[in-house]
Each structure stands twice: as C-alpha cells, then as structure tokens.
Write a protein that binds this ligand. Structure first.
Ligand SMILES: Nc1ncnc2c1ncn2[C@@H]1O[C@H](COP(=O)(O)OP(=O)(O)O)[C@@H](O)[C@H]1O
Ligand SMILES: [Mg+2]
Length: 346
C-alpha cells in the first residue's frame, strides 16, 4: 500500500512476561482519523505507548512517513500524545503551557508567538491565553492540552481517551472540536475510546480491539452494519447473537432449523453466526414464543426482555405500539433478511 503513512507490522507488546498486544498489523493513511475501540484492558493504551515510543516492542516494526521508527526514541519521533488527564503545568498560563514544548525545541521570538497564538485560537481559547489551568473548566483544559500538542506539528497525534473525564455535554462539544481541528489541520490522528458512539461519530475508520488483537477494521458504517464477529456485533448493539451449526441456530435447548436460507456473507464461506438488533426482532407474530420478563420505556421506544426457548431475547418497538405486561406470552420472529451474518462466532 503506497499511501500508508503509519504502519504497524506484526507488533507484539509485553510487560515482562505478560503479552498485552500480539502480532498487531495496522496501516493508517496520512490525514486519517482512526479510532481504537475496545473494552478496558484490550491493549489500546499499550498500542499508543508503543507508537509514541514509550514502550519498546518485544517484536515487530513501526514505520512512519517512510522511516523505521521502531527503535527511535520518543522525543525524536514527532508523535504527539494527549492523555485523559491533561497534565498541564498549574503555575503557567495557557499561553506558557502551549509555548512550553516549542521553547524546548528552541523556537523563540515572533515565530514562537505566531505558533502559540494560532494554536490557542484554533481551539477557541484566544481570550483565555493569560489564565492559569485552575481558572479553566475541564473542557477548556483539555483544549489547552490539545493545542499544546498541535503546535508541535506532530506527524501523528495520539489521543488516549481524551474525552472520558468530561461530562456528557462537554464531550459532545469537544468531539465536534476535535473533528474540526483535525479536518482543518489534516493531522493524522489516532483516537482511543471504549465508547462506540464516540468512535462511530468521529472516526474515518474504526479498529475494534479485543484481548490484544484486532477483531475488525472498517468504516463506521461497516462496523455498525456488518460486524464480523459475535463480539463486535454485541459491542455495536446486535444484542441477540447466535452461533450457527450446519445452518441451524445454536440455542440452549436445541439446534433450531431456520425457515429460510441463511443470508450470504461476501466471502465464499458459510456464516458462523447470526445477530439481530433488538429493533429487528418482530413482536406479535412469528414462529417463536416468548414470555415478557422485563420491559422498559425509553422515550420513543419500548424495550422488552423475553424468556424464550432460544434463550433471552431483547426486542425494541415504537413506544406508540400497544404495550405488553410482564408475564404475557408473545409470538415473535427473528427475520433472516435483517440478520447480520457473522464470519466468526468467537
Ligand atoms: N505497566 C503494566 N504492567 C503490566 N501489565 C500492564 C501494564 N499496563 C497494562 N498492562 C496490561 O496490559 C493489558 C492491556 O492494557 P492497556 O493497554 O492499558 O488496555 P486498555 O488501554 O485497552 O484499557 C492489560 O491486561 C493490562 O493489565
Ligand atoms: Mg487505556
């Protein structure tokens, strides 16, 4: 791939004897905004630390902009890293916090002032330059941390759960801000999150990680609509996931024969599983029967948890539809046409 900018090749990362990331392959294009998405402990931070040069790979190779940087020290890589905790200097003003790294690099005078001023402006803090971190909100502090990294003009900017310390409203604001800064500057960005909504909203491409490896790489649309494994399916909201055996649904009691052919997957391979979003389950008609065990009202929709011979089923219908009481027995269907066929169950 000629347009690869950052490449991780069979990267294995360990802490002593504990292997945290194994044989990771990843190619990122210049200017891409890539999200690493996965549950706590899956190796996201470890991967970022290795790209930043803070952790030496046990094996494998990292290439950036045509150069092998696997053994290049952190301060010579030109890779920026923004953490969830902003780690600003509390005694320095916003201006001096942003100027700090540039001064270390020997930038001074008008050049320094131009870079710092434009960096602060780009994150919307022009009128806060003289304040100290203690006089700023969490969101504003996170913007300072972002500006401080951006002014260094890194080849790659790594953001490790940068929004997880912010409240819901600020997160939304900062999300938009990040996207804007990234599009304006064209900086290559890798963004770590355990929040699929955030990844779907922000990224050009999403890398879903599990247990130190990659489960799936794809655009937000691909990850959301065409999960390849049971884990990814469940992670993006296909909460009814089944394994398939000889074309039959594996359920706690029996293999269930399907009434129509299993949907094809675009590789010449039989599907190993099928998954349905609660929204896709048809309630009120169909070949299966379930008993309502729980129901909850969620604004414009109502959710049902059914006890069924297929195991627990989650269904979601418009709140305007007639509601069903706990204990009621309902017919339901898992329409094959709506199912996501999984190429891997595990
Ligand atoms: N300093 C460390 N020493 C030993 N094990 C670690 C260290 N940091 C992380 N790990 C382990 O490596 C794995 C990946 O951790 P991490 O990359 O921090 O996950 P994530 O960022 O996805 O939550 C976990 O099993 C974690 O316990
Ligand atoms: Mg982490």
């Amino acid at each position: 791939m000629s347009d690869t900018y950052l490449q991780l090749d069979k990267l294995t990362l360990a802490y002593g004897d504990t292997v945290a990331v194994k044989d990771l392959d990843l190619s990122i294009k210049k200017g891409e905004l890539v999200a690493l998405l996965g549950p706590s402990g899956c190796g996201k931070t470890t991967t970022m630390r290795s790209i930043a040069g803070l952790l030496n790979p046990a094996s494998g190779r990292i290439t950036l902009d045509g150069a092998d940087i696997t053994r290049v020290s952190a301060n010579k890589r030109n890779v920026g890293l923004v953490f969830q905790s902003y780690a600003l200097f509390p005694h320095l003003t916003v201006y001096e916090n942003v100027a700090f790294g540039l001064r270390l690099k020997g930038v001074s005078g008008q050049d320094l002032d131009a870079k710092v001023t434009s960096g602060i402006k780009s994150v919307g803090l022009a009128s806060f330059a003289a304040r100290k971190p203690g006089e700023l909100s969490g969101g504003q502090q996170q913007r300072v941390a972002l500006a401080r990294s951006m002014v260094m003009e890194p080849k790659v900017l790594l953001l490790d759960e940068p929004l997880s310390n912010l409240d819901a409203r600020l997160r939304l604001e900062m999300r938009a801000e990040l996207q804007r800064v990234q599009k304006e500057t064209g900086v290559t960005m890798i963004f770590v999150t355990h929040d699929q909504i955030e990844a779907l909203a922000l990224a050009d491409r999403i890398v879903v990680m599990l247990n130190g490896g990659i489960e799936q790489i794809g655009t937000p649309e691909e990850i959301y609509n065409k999960p390849v494994s049971a884990f990814v399916a469940d992670f993006v909201g296909f909460e009814n996931v089944f394994a398939l055996e000889n074309g039959k649904l594996v359920t706690p009691n029996a293999l269930v024969e399907l009434s129509a052919p299993v949907p094809q997957i675009p590789v010449p391979m039989a599907a190993k599983g099928l998954a349905w979003r609660p929204r896709m389950v048809i309630l009120g008609s169909g070949p299966f029967q379930g008993t309502v065990r729980g129901t909850s009202f969620a604004g414009n929709v109502r959710e049902y948890l059914l006890d069924t011979p297929l195991g627990p089923i989650k269904a979601e219908v418009d709140a305007g539809e007639p509601s069903h009481a706990i204990g009621a027995t309902l017919a339901f269907d898992l329409p094959l046409g709506a199912a996501a066929p999984l190429s891997r169950y595990r």
